[in-house]
Design a protein around this ligand. Sequence first.
Ligand code: ADP
Length: 698
Amino acid sequence: MYSTLPNPGRTYKNNIVVSYYKMVSLKPTFYPILQTMTDYAELLKQLQLQVDSLQAENLELKRSQRREIDSRDINDAASEMLRINQLRYRTIFENSLLGNKIIGSDLKILQVNQALVDMLGYQSKNEITGKIIIEFAHPDYAGDWQILQQRLWSKRLPSFNLETRLVKKNGESIWVNVISMLFRDGNDMLGFTTIEDISDRRSEFDVLRMREENFRTITNIIPQQVFTAAPNGKLVFVNKQVCDYLGSNDAEIIQNGWDESIHPEDVEKCRAAWSTSVQTGKDFTIEFRLKNEQDDYRWFLGRATALRNDEDSITLWLGTNTDIQAQKDNEHRKDEFLSIVSHELRTPLTSIKLYNQLSQKNGSPEKQAEFTSKSKSHIIRLERLITDLLDVSRINAGKMTYNIETFDFDKLIKETVDSLQLLNNNHELVVQECDPIEIKGDKHRIEQVLNNLILNAIKYSPDATQVIINSKVISDSIIVSIQDFGIGIEEKDLTRLFDRYYRVDNSSMRFDGLGMGLYISAEILKRHNGSLWIESEPGKGSTFNFLLPINGERNLTVVDTDNKTFYSANFIEVRYNEEKGWLETEWLGYQNLESVKKGCMAILEMVKAAKYTQILNDNTLVRGNWSEAADWGASFWFPALREAGLKQFAWIYSPSAFSRLAADRSVQTDLGDFQTHFFTDKESAEEWLGRQKMFDRV
Ligand code: ADP
């Protein structure tokens, strides 16, 4: 499908294009990406001619001098010859449009021509002779020039060619092409250099190179895989994303293409579509699966479009591969969801239809009353499903409204239980404790939560006969629990139950449902500053609990504190243990985001004030679900404690699975040498802290 275009070798160093080539092989091995550079070989040839003539000139000069000394007899013909040679040499050296200079082994300029003087913006040659050319080099570029000069003079290079920058007398800098070589003058070694002003060409080159570099940078920043291909369809360029995904380098990919990584079922249609596009010049669009480095296939949307020149011929194909796996997964989930919803809606509808037909056929009033009552439960189920679907979409759109009022909570429980009992004969709904209390909230929505939880308890305990309901006032909140003796839930599923449409695998086939009830209930409770949590044992049953603040919000009261050695509140006790040398924190009862944040901030201030290094954190008495604070703990609180100088944090787990899971999530960041350790009893935690204290002293 694809092949390689020639890729010129090149060296970029401090933005200078440096090329080295030997006199024997005058053809430069380097061609910049653009074909606008001088024909260096031609330049070198000219230079060689100048050097040859210079050497001949010098030789002749020497010979004639010797003859002059020997004979003291000035031969007119020889003198004329010398004059002509000198003239020829001077003409070449002097009249060249390129800047010329000759330097001695101390690198000082012995001779320069007017072109170089003009190029540098000086008036006379005297201003330049005796100086070193590097003095005129741009500071950012002098280093490379110097290195090449050293290599030339140490005979490691026979000549060098360099694009670099010179600074003119007026401070303006110009781009020049420099060619230097050595030649022997009797016993002396001299250096000959031509310098060409290439500023015009260079700026054009720079713009193009910058464009190419910008293109590379941009394509490497965007998440998409980007590629370009020649008009015949062969790959020319792939960005970093392609290399990372396929786990290969660009040269290999350009050479071999990625057919090998395309899913066998998609490869033929990809080839066909690409060759059609290449033949017709029409845009290329295809969805296909591509294998990544880990051998997993993901869906991609491949697209390419042809770029054309003024004559409408294709110059390049520019293409992208966009990862559409999430979109594909969503489509799949949507299809699955629609089929489940249709099934769930059709089941009660079919029953209602059946009872209607039966009642039409059988005219007796008793029978009709029986059929009507039987179809009623199906109508209620249908109604509930539609209400849930609407609620989920309201929650998603942030449009769930709440009507806050004060109402008798105990009365609501009893009424809900009574009406559910009427429809469910298989289970006895037992209200064990029901503290009389008025609370602030949306009565209808809280009734919805109770309905969901009690109906689930009935549904998921088909072999049991009882559901137990308790409602107790504890401090500033009401705690409700609904216990069943059914199938139970494994710990690994506990936290995901509140996700939209989540259903535990092994129950989803046996029990009807859409996985919306708990999501809606958790959302309603959250909006009442409450929380929902579960205790469960597979095969034994589950207890769903929820907390609601009586007044709509928690009443977190600080009893007393000196902000350094103790902090006493109705939800936490913090105290410095002088004997052990650590801070002890004991969380009391039901916690939520609000209480956890408040208590944690108080602890942080105490650690900062007294420079504590160890904390013994006791969650034994913690109840409820404070998982919303877990991420805040991981991203803010623990790093802040570490910053304040704390070294060890011994954490005694709560017996509540939800609290344990939240605790685990709170420490999921890399805290370097800061240590957190979990315990199920106080003794082990104390022992560990004591040991760490000893290590720290050592
Ligand atoms: P649905 O019951 O319609 O599937 P829910 O959101 O009410 O939706 O419940 C989500 C999942 O939680 C259920 O599919 C089930 O796997 C599990 N679940 C809920 N309540 C119980 C319970 N009392 N006992 C066991 N599993 C339960």
